[in-house]
Design a protein around this ligand. Structure first.
Ligand code: SF4
Ligand code: SF4
Length: 477
């Protein structure tokens, strides 16, 4: 296996290397990473974003709108409620748009500023850092945790480990209940689960997602980012020489080596890196950024904060590790408006516009026409031609609605047999059997294409009308 992966892009090739082991590894014998806590600008930003994201995730399912849960993806009844908007299986296209927009937004952001999604917003990272926080509060600093793991089992060690795992399990359970609360009435879910009334499947899914959260954030951590998540692998296709990523300035840092604060590195033949290894110890994926751009890097900026702290203490200029581009490191000037980024931006804007248009012009009801398959037409006692249909009206709104039915472009005169004014309850489907009868003198063709017209007049807005095409069959002469 080569130890460099060549990643080709249309314009600028970028080399991303697999992680090399550090000389001063911060992993245990079983390859567990002991992440060291660090303070700094990027960690503050990351924590605040993570807090906002977490608060939104935890609070949104508790919001009420019109006396109902504001966000509820009701899989059983196949309806997705998002405040006043209800999406049905017929609206699958809108969901597809959302996924396409999310994908292009990710491409755009990755091309511009690398894997910041992974470092700042990905649930895997946010939850992992929360679990590390529990670990640190209970077992102590990185050094204390390493010592504790080396010690034989004792009462104190057992207590700390038990407390940590209990906190992890409880937080995982809370996460799982919140997540399932997006798909099931959350207030009842909590009560039913803790009173053992939730039923087999609901309890199963709660426990399943609890186990997934515990295993992911507690044990798997960076393995998910480096070995399982496909984004780590294909991100390189979006990188170019102008992508901002966390990078070490080797021309300034090398030769690395320890020295006293008062020593002049130039006299010692050293660069600015004092080889303290702090950037490695704070890295949640366990890599040494000084080895170059690596696909394991999630762009979290922890190593920047660690190194900036060291530079400060040494009296050197900050930024030995920074968000920068390969072109800048080579001494060039980066171009923000390059064809790839502009292309992604244009596609993103077009996608968002199309999605907004589809959402704004979306009808709050649907009409499905099912014709009688056994008999295309029937001749009644008067010699008139009769066609029979079943009209299915789906009320996609959250209010009961009255719908007016009619036809257009059929014949100068016709008879409608069946209901023409129909009340459909919110989120319900009504099936209306209808027969259309036309005298032969008004029928000049074997088949006539016409429209069923359905109109809804809300009390507080403009009438909405929908035309659905159908076909009337005459006798075959
Ligand atoms: S934190 Fe900075 S000074 Fe310390 S080893 Fe890393 S790059 Fe060198
Ligand atoms: S190398 Fe730096 S930015 Fe990349 S994952 Fe490690 S700490 Fe985060």
């Amino acid at each position: 296996m080569t130890d460099k992966i060549d990643i080709k892009s249309d314009t600028n090739p970028v080399k991303i290397q697999p992680a090399k082991s550090s000389s001063n590894s911060h992993k245990s014998a079983r390859n567990r990473i002991y992440v060291r806590a660090v303070q700094g600008l990027f960690q503050t930003v990351r924590r605040r974003i993570g807090f906002l994201f977490m608060a939104a995730f935890m609070l949104l399912p508790w919001l009420q709108f019109n006396g109902k849960q504001a966000i509820l993806f009701d899989l059983q009844n196949q309806e997705f409620n998002i405040f006043s908007l209800t999406l049905w299986p017929q609206d699958l296209m809108l969901l597809a748009w959302i996924f396409i927009i999310a994908a292009f937004a990710l491409f755009f952001v990755t091309t511009f500023i690398g894997r910041v999604w992974c470092g700042y917003m990905c649930p895997q990272t946010v939850w992992t850092f929360i679990f590390i926080w529990f670990e640190e509060k209970i077992e102590g600093t990185r050094h204390q945790r390493m010592k504790l793991d080396e010690q034989p089992m004792s009462n104190q060690k057992f207590f700390k480990k038990a407390l940590k795992h209990t906190c992890w399990v409880l937080f995982s359970l809370h996460t799982s209940l919140t997540f399932i609360g997006y798909f099931s009435d959350i207030a009842n879910l909590y009560i039913d689960f803790f009173t053992f009334n939730a039923g087999f499947w609901l309890s199963f899914w709660v426990l399943f997602f609890t186990a997934c959260t515990y295993a992911n954030a507690g044990w798997m951590r960076e393995i998910m980012c480096t070995h399982i998540c496909p984004y780590a692998r294909f991100q390189a296709a979006m990188f170019d020489k102008d992508t901002f990523t966390v990078s070490y300035d080797a021309s300034r840092g090398e030769n690395r080596g320890p020295r006293s604060r008062k020593a002049d590195p130039a006299i010692l033949g050293l660069g600015d890196c004092i080889d303290c290894n702090l950037c490695v110890q704070v890295c949640p994926t366990g890599i040494d950024i000084r080895n170059g751009l690596q696909y394991e890097c999630i762009n979290c900026g922890a190593c920047i904060d660690a190194c900036d702290g060291v530079m400060d203490k040494m009296g050197y200029q900050k930024g030995l590790i920074s968000y920068t581009t390969e072109r800048i490191l080579e001494g060039g000037k980066s171009h923000i408006f390059r064809s790839k980024l502009v292309g992604y931006g244009i596609v993103l804007i077009v996608m968002i516009s199309l999605f907004a248009n589809a959402l704004l012009t979306r009808k709050p009801f649907d009409l499905d026409i099912i014709r009688d398959r056994n008999q295309l037409y029937r001749e009644n006692f008067d010699g008139h031609i009769e066609n029979t249909f079943t009209l299915k009206i789906l009320n996609k709104s959250q209010q009961d609605r009255v719908y007016q039915l009619a036809v257009d472009d059929l014949a100068d005169e016709y008879q409608w047999i069946g209901e023409q004014k129909v009340l459909v309850h919110a989120g319900d489907v009504a099936s209306i059997p209808v027969s259309l009868v036309v005298a032969p003198e008004y029928l000049h063709e074997k088949k006539i294409d016409f429209y069923f017209v359905i109109t809804m007049r809300p009390q507080d807005g403009e009438p909405v009308t929908l035309y659905e095409e159908s076909r009337f069959f005459n006798r075959f002469r």
